[in-house]
Each structure stands twice: as structure tokens, then as C-alpha cells.
Design a protein around this ligand. Structure first.
Ligand code: NAI
Ligand code: 15L
Length: 273
């Protein structure tokens, strides 16, 4: 958790979806500093509400439940949904139907800012020797990446038609530490995740903006120059883990698509079982 909040700006009520998940659990204690009430939602158990918290258990596919979830909310950090490659039916429910329900509810409830957890897998089929930017066209590496590309287009539509602003975060790999060589490029520390989400929530004008979510790693495939207006400045780096990671994984199989493409192993995971 940052010693001092990255921004003093406070929301009345902030909604965090996917609150039971990995990043939801990381963000739960951190986002409290930026709002009067933090509303937490997931379809799984989130535990009891603490001070300044509200719990709304709902499935994103339940339109009525999602509308209730958005009631009285000033802004949303949308982390909920399917987070890995899975059979299409699951992706369709959580990431397509769920995203449409969320944006429709935001429109009807007058919510004006959403931070959408997209993914680097929107562009997973670019090679690891290419540097791309948020303006580079999508090359999804599976149904999961495709669903995140849909989420970004949905955000674009709701900006143009209904004035709802979104920052789509193409998150790399947000874990406590990078696990392998690929993550030396894709790693996003939890402190930088907080900086990124808060910058995306509080930047004055964003329309629909797309930004990659990575720390200040020496190896990088992503040039966030077109998203500088968001004001995200990473302060951590995977380099402190480099020696340890390279010792653990001393060689790379150059014929392995996972080593060739930015999406890593996602490019070869079958959603068909
Ligand atoms: P996670 O899988 O740990 O958490 C997702 C949460 O969403 C879970 O608690 C799950 O119960 C909930 N959920 C799934 N389907 C739902 C539905 N139909 N209705 C209500 N809740 C539902 O994922 P994680 O790691 O916390 O990621 C959060 C978000 O960030 C996801 O959208 C993921 O795609 C995205 N992301 C995460 C990255 C990472 O490094 N952790 C990298 C890139 C993107
Ligand atoms: C993602 O989109 C996943 O949600 C996460 O579990 C990681 O695997 C990450 O991408 C990654 O690319 O490392």
C-alpha cells in the first residue's frame, strides 16, 4: 500500500467489481483511501463488510442485480469477469454479457467514469521483438483476449454515444513478483497497480483511453506515450528480480510460441479442452 495516496481526490461511493479475485483483494484495502464508501461486488464470497465498505453479491450476467450494484455509485473499478482463457460459454457470460450489463447499468444510473481491467492479451499475437502502443490494432491471442477487445470497443461506444468515460487498462502480469522471463517485461507491481487505477479514476479528461499496465521494467514491449495524459508514472521495476528469474529459467526455447509472442503461454492454450 502506498504510504501517501497517489491522489487526494475522493469519490463518494466507488464500486470495485471482482472484489474476491486476486487484484480485487489487492485493491480492496488500497482504494478505501480514495472514497467515502467502497462498494465491493463479486459472485463469490467477499467476506464481511469492514468500516467504510458495502458488499453486493451479484453475478454480472444478472441484469437486475447489476443495476442494483451500480445504484448510487460515482465511479467503477471493473475487475470482475473471466481472467484466463476458457471455453467460449464462460467468456461470453462473464466478459461479454457481463460487460454489456455493467455499461447499461452505468448509463441508466448516471455513472460517468469506469476503469476497465482489459488485458495485454488483446495484443498477445504481437511478437516479443515488437514495441507496440495503445494505438496499435488488436491481435487477440484467444477468446479471452478477444472478449477484452470487445470490452474496449464497448467502452468506446458508451463514450461516443452516452458520454461515459473509460480508461481500459491492458494489464500485463500483476503479481507480487515476476514468475518467469516473459514477466520481466509484463510485470506490474501491486503498488504500481494502485497508481495506475487511481490515475485512471482521477485523470480529468480521458474520453476512452487505453493504457498498458506495466511497471518501469527495463525490458518493455509497450510504449504508453499516447496515454501520458492519464498521468500514470510507474515507480517499480522487475529488474530487481532479473538475476533470480534468469537463474531459474536459464534457457529459452526459441521454437516455442510462448517465447515468441507477447501473450506467452496464452497463445497456445486451447479453449476447447
Ligand atoms: P480473478 O480471476 O482472480 O478475479 C476475477 C473475479 O471476477 C473473481 O473473483 C470472480 O469470482 C469474479 N467473476 C468472474 N465471473 C463473474 C461473474 N459472471 N459475475 C461476477 N463476478 C465474476 O482475476 P484477477 O487476477 O483478479 O484479475 C482481475 C481483472 O484484471 C480481470 O478482469 C482480468 O481479466 C484482468 N487482468 C488481470 C491480470 C493479472 O495479472 N492479474 C492481467 C491482465 C488482466
Ligand atoms: C491476464 O490477462 C491474466 O488475467 C493473468 O492471470 C496473467 O496471466 C496475465 O494476463 C499475463 O499475461 O501474465
Amino acid at each position: 500500500m502506498l504510504k501517501q495516496p497517489a491522489s487526494p481526490l475522493k469519490f463518494g461511493r466507488l464500486l470495485l467489481t471482482g472484489a474476491a479475485g486476486n487484484l480485487g483483494q489487492v485493491l480492496r484495502p488500497r482504494l478505501k483511501a480514495y472514497c467515502g464508501v467502497l462498494r465491493l461486488s463479486d459472485r463469490s464470497d467477499i467476506g464481511a463488510a469492514g468500516a467504510g465498505e458495502e458488499i453486493v453479491v451479484a453475478d454480472l450476467t444478472d441484469k437486475v442485480g447489476v443495476h442494483a450494484m451500480l445504484q448510487g455509485v460515482d465511479a467503477v473499478a471493473h475487475m470482475g469477469g473471466i481472467s484466463t482463457e476458457q471455453p467460449w460459454d464462460q467468456i461470453l457470460a462473464g466478459n461479454i454479457v457481463g460487460a454489456v450489463n455493467l455499461y447499461e447499468a452505468a448509463r441508466l444510473q448516471g455513472v460517468k467514469r469506469i476503469v476497465f481491467a482489459s488485458s495485454n492479451h488483446v495484443t498477445g499475437f504481437y511478437r516479443q521483438d515488437e514495441v507496440i502502443s495503445p494505438n496499435t490494432p488488436p491481435k487477440p491471442d484467444g477468446f479471452y483476449g478477444l472478449s477484452k477487445a470487445f470490452g474496449e470497443d464497448l467502452a468506446q461506444l458508451y463514450w461516443h454515444r452516452w458520454g461515459i468515460e473509460t480508461v481500459s487498462l491492458r494489464i500485463g502480469s500483476s503479481l507480487a513478483e515476476p514468475k518467469d522471463r516473459r514477466m520481466l517485461a509484463t510485470w506490474l507491481s501491486h503498488d504500481d497497480l494502485e497508481r495506475l487505477v487511481v490515475a485512471a479514476l482521477t485523470a480529468p479528461i480521458v474520453g476512452h483511453s487505453i493504457i498498458y499496465g506495466a511497471s518501469d521494467n527495463q525490458t518493455s514491449w509497450w510504449d504508453n506515450t499516447p496515454a501520458r495524459h492519464i498521468g500514470y508514472r510507474p515507480q517499480d521495476s522487475s529488474d530487481v528480480f532479473r538475476a533470480e528469474v534468469e537463474a531459474r529459467q536459464p534457457t529459452i526455447d526459441r521454437n516455442d510460441p510462448a517465447a515468441l509472442y507477447q501473450g506467452g503461454a496464452f497463445v497456445k492454450v486451447s479453449p476447447h479442452g
